[in-house]
Design a protein around this ligand. Structure first.
Ligand SMILES: Nc1ncnc2c1ncn2[C@@H]1O[C@H](COP(=O)(O)OP(=O)(O)OP(=O)(O)O)[C@@H](O)[C@H]1O
Ligand SMILES: [Mg+2]
Length: 360
């Protein structure tokens, strides 16, 4: 998918901005606080119906305004779509695709797959397992259309089970939900496993270019001992689950392990190297989606030059351009991007106090 036109209204410090991005690399530059991240956040909001910076989506609405509005004209091959989103102070969201109201936000994510790389999101990947699980599930969701409903069923069974655990229910009462939980967990785990295998294939080539001296290993852990049967495990761990009030084992504990030699990646790599690893993961994910479903992701890279030397900025930009996808990168100093490119960006925008201007 490609954004041909974008109209942003009352989004953070952007009162009103209209832009026609290029199909390839778009450079957005401006001083601190000018609104660069906000512009990427607006694109992300359009694709997911939520922000990446604040879990309180009302905060993105411009102060003093009662709603934000985003409109876009999208193109995928010969297909054209109009996508619009309104978010109100009371929390209501209204999404329209070609004039028709969309109720499920998951349809948005399907229409506009976004690969986001921000300094915050890359830190997150090395903190708890949640962000890594979300990373796997993003891919699983796009790669297999049955993933979403199966995962919802796992979550429903888990919720019921945990409630019964807190109520100190007898095992017989829990057994029904265990069966449900196991059944859907197996499907979800198979899809995730398969996805991580395919991802690894993509990743090898990209990491080889970014981090040639280090051997990074990416492996999937399913959330319970892989030699054990989940149904049996749930039964034997029942007493422990009761005392803790939640289910210890299952796909809700799945993780992606990133290792260099015997060490976790975050202990073995420098900050710049970690950033490159995250970029490689996102690019691999985008490439895979391209190959599997012929769908182009949109890449949003906030503050691309930070932490990277010129040679690595060059490598990263080249890899992004090679995806042939639409890419938006931000930088404070545009020279930090142009000095690493052998050609000018497709389009350059300057942001100043919330105003976005195209640079001819
Ligand atoms: N709801 C809001 N209404 C109005 N202004 C807001 C709102 N939320 C944030 N802002 C302001 O928007 C401005 C732009 O922030 P943004 O993070 O987009 O800047 P930036 O260009 O990415 O800066 P940096 O280079 O420091 O990352 C900030 O000054 C912030 O105070
Ligand atoms: Mg910023």
């Amino acid at each position: 998918m490609i954004i041909q036109q974008l109209h942003v209204e009352s989004f953070r410090n952007i009162r009103s901005a209209q832009l026609s991005p290029g199909n390839g690399l778009n450079l957005i530059y401006g001083q601190n606080g000018s609104g660069k991240t906000s512009l990427l956040e607006a694109i992300h909001f359009l694709g997911l119906g939520r922000s990446f910076r604040s879990h309180l989506s009302q905060r993105v609405i411009q102060e003093g305004e009662d709603k934000l509005q985003l409109f876009s004209r999208l193109a995928a091959g010969d297909d054209e779509h109009k996508l619009g989103l309104r978010r109100f102070r009371n929390g209501d969201t209204e999404v329209r695709m070609d004039g028709e109201r969309i109720k499920k936000l998951s349809l948005l994510a399907e229409a506009l797959p976004i690969q986001l790389i921000t300094p915050e999101s890359f830190a997150l990947l090395f903190e708890g397992p949640k962000a890594r699980r979300q990373f796997i599930d993003w891919g699983a969701f796009h790669a297999d259309s049955s993933f979403y409903l199966n995962w919802m069923s796992v979550r429903r069974a888990l919720k019921q089970r945990n409630q019964l655990l807190r109520d100190k229910a007898r095992y017989q009462q829990i057994a029904f939900w265990d069966k449900e939980f196991v059944r859907y967990s197996q499907v979800v785990t198979e899809i995730r496993k398969h996805y991580v295998d395919s991802l690894n294939e993509q990743l090898k080539g990209i990491i080889g270019g970014f981090l040639p001296q280090v051997e990074v290993r990416v492996s999937f852990t399913q959330g319970w001992d892989s030699k054990s049967d989940l149904a049996e495990l749930l039964q034997t761990q029942y007493e422990r689950d009761i005392s803790l009030g939640f289910t210890v084992s299952g796909p809700h504990k799945a993780d992606l392990r990133l290792r260099v030699g015997t060490l976790p990646a975050q202990d073995a790599l420098s900050r710049g190297q970690l950033k490159l690893l995250v970029c490689a993961l996102r690019i691999a994910q985008g490439r895979l989606l391209q190959q599997q479903l012929n769908k182009n992701s949109i890449y949003l890279v906030d503050d691309l030059p930070s932490e990277l030397d010129k040679q690595h900025r060059k490598l990263l930009l080249q890899e992004l351009v090679d995806t042939h996808a639409q890419v938006f990168v931000t930088a404070i100093d545009p020279a930090a991007i142009s000095d690493s490119l052998n050609f000018p960006p497709d389009r350059t925008f300057r942001v100043e106090r919330g105003e976005v201007k195209v640079i001819e």
